[in-house]
Structures are given as C-alpha cells and as structure tokens.
Design a protein around this ligand. Sequence first.
Ligand code: C2O
Ligand code: CU
Ligand code: CU
Length: 533
Amino acid sequence: MSPMHHAHPGVLLSLSLVLAGGCALPALGPSTPLASQAPTTSDASVLGVPFAEPAPIAAQRQGRTVHVSLTARVAQVDLGNGQRAEMLTYNGQYPGPTLDVREGDRLVVNFTNELTEPTSLHWHGVHVPADQDDATHTVPAGGTRTYEFDIPGGSAGTYWYHPHLHGTVAPQVAKGLLGALRVRPEVDPLPASFGDSVAILSDLRLDSAGRALGPIDSERANGFEGDRVLVNGQRSPMLTMRPGEVRRLRLVNASASRYFRLATPGQPLTLVATDGGYIERPTPLNELLLVPGERAEVLLKAPASGMLTLQSLEYNRGTMPSGTPAPAASHSATSNSHSGPGHFRVLQMSQDGHGQMGMMSPMPMMSPMMGGHGMGTGMAGLLKVMVQGESVTAPAVPDNLRPIARLASAGASTRTLTFSEIHERGAFFINDQKFNLGRVDVKAKLGTTEVWSVSNKGHMDHPFHLHGFGFQVLDRNGVAEPFVSWKDTVNIKAGETVRFAVKYSDFPGTRVFHCHILDHEDLGMMGVMVVEP
Ligand code: C2O
Ligand code: CU
Ligand code: CU
C-alpha cells in the first residue's frame, strides 16, 4: 500500500476551477503547515492521526442522577499534527466532552457561560421538558444555568448539544460549540465487541492566527462551510481494525451547514440507528446522506486486508454562487457553481474519483492549493480504516434490533408547512414568514398525533428539525419511506414534500422548528410551536 503521488485528473480539474474562480476565503497561514511541505513518504505521519473519541465528561453519579458541569469558554485546541486553534469550546474541548447516560437516568447539567457573548444550550433530539430546552432562553456572558431532565425509556441513541441563541447559532457552532450525548439502553442488542464510538463530523475555518471563524455575511445564504472537514476534531484520522472485525460508529453531523454524503467504497455501510435510536433491522446502505443535525449509527466491517475509507462524496444541495441573483427555477443549473462558497463542493471527491476502492487516496492534500482550501474530505477520506493484525470472526449482527410501534396517523389532522426563500436577499421563510418569537405558528394539543406535510418550494435543500418530539417519516413526494425510524431532523430536497407523523406525548410548552442549515435558522427560517395542555 504505497502512497500514490500521481495527479488525479478529477483533482486537477477541480483545482483549476478554483484557480479560475478565485477564492472568497481568507488564506490559511501558520495553521496549515502541511500546505507548504513536500509530501512525506509516511502517510501515517501526515494523515494518520489515530482515531480518537472526544473525552467523556467527568460525571458524578448518585443512583440514577448524573451530575455534570459544562463551561463555554475560549480555549486553545490541539487539532493534531501540531496544529492549534483558538476556538469556542465546552470545557476546553473540541468537540465538547461526550455526555454518557442511560435510559431512565436524570441528567443535571451545571452550565457556566465564560464567553464574552450570550449563548444557550439545546439538547438536540432529546425529549426534554420545554423549559429545559433553550430555544427561547439566553445565558448572558458570565451567567450560569442548571438544566435538569430525565432521559426517557426507549430513547437509547445518539444526540448532541449545541447553542441555540437565534442569530448566532451558526457562528457559535462553527467556532466549536458542539458535543455528543450518548444514551445507552439497559440491554444493548449489539454485541459489546463492536465497540461504541462517537464520530462527530464537523468543519472548521481558521484565520491566519489560527482562530476559528464563523460565516461571513455573503455566504450565509448558502450556509457556512469550513475549509477543513474533521472527525472528532481530527483530519482524516486512522482507525485500526483487525480483518473481519466489526465496529459501531455513532455519526453526528454537527457542522453548521455542511451536508455529508457518506460511503465506504467497496463495502456497504450497515445502518442500525437513526436520530432517535435503533431501527428495527440492520439495513445495508451504499451511501448515507447525513444532513446538519442528523445522526446515524453504522457498522463498519473490516475487509480481509487493505484499507477502508469513509468518504464524503459530492452532493448538490442547490447552493448558489454568492452575490449572484438567483434566476427563477434555477436549481438544476447551479449544480456546479464555481465561484463563491458553493465552489467547495467541486473540490470534493467526485463519484468516479474514488475508483481506488479500499486504497489510500492520492495525495491532493499535499498541494499548496489544497492546503489552503483543502477539503480534507473525500480526497483523503473522512476516516481511514487500517486493517492489520490477526483476523477475527465477529459475532453476527442480530437480525432484529427492536420493534418500533407505528404512530397511529390514520385520521390524524394534517398540518401544512412551506419552506421558501429569496436566496439572493438571504431571506428564508416558513409559510412566507420570518421567525418571530412573539408569534405562535403552530398550536397543538397535548396527547394528539398529527401529520405534518412540509413542502420545500425553494431551490435549495433544507433540513427540517423539530424540537422536543421525535417523528416518523411517512413518505417523500408520496413515496413511502422504506422503513420506519425515529427522526427529529429530515432533509427536504428542493421541490419535495415530506410527510411525517408526530405525537405530542407529554411536556406542554413552547418549542421551535427550523431549518438545520444553521445559517438559515439564524436568518429566520424558524417557527414557534406551542403544545397546549
Ligand atoms: Cu440542533 Cu434547534 O437544533
Ligand atoms: Cu434541536
Ligand atoms: Cu435551509
């Protein structure tokens, strides 16, 4: 497995497009030492920082109650390979520490805001009382707040926490405020030998002094996309597995606005869980679209030899060249915009560009251009699996993970929502209106089940997210969902209508729903729901 230094045609094409199109980004300076160095012969020294999970939080357990402390503060973070970055962090870590709880636990979080700006904490996907879920509450600079809630039975799965102060959500997440919350069941249907690893996908942009940057105004309509893509804060980390070994990864898309279309070429991924936990049966997938806010748990199986690479493939979500007025009905024409923030997509590994199945990719990261603008994504792979050692016979993946009761949606009343936008004005709407906390957009009754029919009339994809209640997607453009699962975030393609069923089982109060391209949420693509007792 020697590194291939030959130039890849697709890579050259992409680079020339970027050169021709110019670059809207600040150049990266000392924070990208790789950019100016000659390629080395040791891949491991360049790309192969070992896969590492975010350190778990120090927790104090008293019976079923778990006490943790989270502090938002600026800190210097080690990104590996000698790179340091000044970021907004939870407890000085990027990603923030993983909160580990079990179904039925009570979680108590003492939060301190040591930032010089206000923030808040949201428990994405967790079914918590409305007043513990900061969509409407703010913790001022220097302020504190305690959150306290029960982890519901049946909710074992992968969740995450991030700030939710309207207007600053995308910048605060982009600069580092994100972390995973892992809920374990009493009895796990998967064998312990599969492991249980959090893999948080995020992206980052640093200035020449190594400080994390948020979105610039002109890119907010498309949504922030950093110039490096990271797994648990590391670029292309290397996971070592034995031949035949199976590993479980809890994938979290914690980027502000970036979509990940994931694949391990040469081998299907096995999906075992979505946002709200296990699906009914393990399902092989050739690729997995993970939109901002979404989670998926997958099993990776190591081949008999060689390597496996988790890649991020190109995906057209309808971004536009920035500053260019959006022609009407133009989304099909914008699939490969070459200027403005949208151009980053063309740097990603194209579908035919990953022909070296299971092999180390070529070395585009070594190019000076790639150093400055390098995706650190498809080219090198988001995550590499090095297969070595003695082969193992992994225990079988169970046929059944858990039963999921279908929400009784027949006869339920339907609620209709429309997402729309005036892209060139950075204006994003739900039902033709911008977010207004003082206006109730959806009034629902506790204990009822409803069907939401959400249509995307815009030219970009928008990931819909509802706070507080999981839902079951019924169909997309009338095509029934292939299997039932618990979701809280679902992509709605341009022109698509997605219907889902939701039951307001308990916890009356005020919630929000919004597009999880966090820039769009900041720009007003959010609504207010009140569940009345
Ligand atoms: Cu991930 Cu309203 O949040
Ligand atoms: Cu949320
Ligand atoms: Cu959106």
